[in-house]
Ligand binder design. Sequence first.
Ligand code: 1PR
Length: 564
Amino acid sequence: MALYLLDYGAGNVQSLANSLSKLGHSFEWISSPEDFHKATSLIFPGVGAFQTAVENLTRKGLLEPLKEYIQSGKPYFGICIGMQVLFQSSTESPNFDGLGIIPSTVERFDDSDKTVPHMGWNSADVVQTSDVEPAFYYFVHSYCAKYSPLDKPEAASWAYTTTQYGGEIFISSISKGNIFGTQFHPEKSGAAGLALIDNWLRASDAAKSAKIPTADYLPSPPTLSLKPRDNLSKRIIACMDVRSDDEGNLVVTKGDQYDVREKVPSGSSMQVKTGGAVRNLGKPVTLASKYYAAGADEICLLNITSFRHSPLQDQPMLAVVRAAAECVFVPLTIGGGIKDTVDPDGTKRSALEVASEYFRAGADKVSIGSDAVYAAEKLLASGQNHGDGTSSIETIAYAYGRQAVVVSIDPRRVFVDASTYDGPHKGELVHGSPDSEIENDRGKSWWYACTVSGGRETRPISVCQLARAAEVLGAGEILVNSIDRDGTGLGFDLDLLNLVKRSVKVPVVASSGAGRKEHFSTVFEQTGVEAALAAGIFHRGEVDIGEVKEHLAHNDIKVRTHIA
Ligand code: 1PR
């Protein structure tokens, strides 16, 4: 079998390549129109925007050969945009035609009752009997083919599985003849996704003739009497702050309120102060692999000293990302230093180039911290409600899709006297209860200021201003840290998260302060965030990811529990 992968030049195709290597399948890349003739099986792992995919395929002269390949009857597997491009059009890019193989349109989710993009683990319902557990796969998309047998019978006839998100049911995979496609990302869906890819490859290998016997390798098609159920799960993310220790080795570290050095005795008194060695909690790839096996829904690696130099010069960090991507088959986010930089030899590197390097190494999303604050300040100063297209958020979202861009906020509380404060953040003041169990909250008032450079510099804009601006500029997700809660184990900052959650429509990830499994149920129940991230408790082995999920399931919070 000659398996080929189609890479149109944007999107993280490395994840699929890593999955195939893990499964022991060899493959080639389509590099010219002639390669379509050599291919006997083709996978198109499209990520990003519909327009970018169609434009790039057209520019490279690959669109027509792709259509001819599919029409020849040879096995085709389209992932995400690779499935959407089979449709006639998408409302995402009305001026660009798809391949028109499925005579229907891809449309945006209705965001009046839910956050968009639809991001996370949801079930693909191939329910044959009511006691069959559906498989969970990782989705990340804002546009979908709605499943409506009455209004859109043509599209519905292609539906292989359907999935519900909020009140909408959409086609989560299609199958007809030689064509198979998934809206979800099997290459990012852990063991269930790897098994699906493997089954498809084995079947297409076996199908030496033009037609693939789909029924032999995939679950039975869905019954049309669907039982609607939105199974989008809350995500648990394991985060590793990575930096060089004093010997120059990259280690996973963990700070208290962003101070990652060990505490040491201070002079003759019994007091301690920080300033010791960088805390070393393990090796990044070993821990990433451990958390994947334990059921983490996503893994996050933050290069926490990258604001000091160019990440493109940081070959050890890139090697860590590559190695982690080879053993982690859930989404991998890389943060730190995503901004326009200048190499020591004077070469200018755009934020897009930096991000592209991380995507090529195997990242699925990049997280932008400091640079997002500067971009938000610029947007606010312009008085416009759209960017000028030059910020890192915009350029990366344009090329890779907004789902690939996370904005990571590092807020710090600014305490004020509420009776006299008349500053610009008056409407966002939080008042701590006089009998709060947390000393730092008790009877105080504050607003949340954004910081840059790992919390070293406080800026005048608030978290709500940053979150809103980031969404306008094209961020697909907001990660909310808290310098006040980081490493304290006091629980997530619920006031902070509620403020951000009310400010944006995109998914919000809670971070900083998890100390017990109960903190996870509290944050989901009291703020509605889509995901919760923790570092210290996982690194120190105080709570296991499985225990957190068991606790959440016990409290009727939807989680992905079947990881194998
Ligand atoms: O500004 O784009 O270069 O990005 C820098 C990134 O590095 C930002 O995402 C910033 O949050 C992070 N960062 C910078 N300095 C530090 C530090 O600790 N000195 N880490 C740092 C931030 C916060 C979380 C942590 C959670 C959960 N660490 O990553 O994992 O607070 O911790 P917990 O569960 O133990 O409480 P740029």
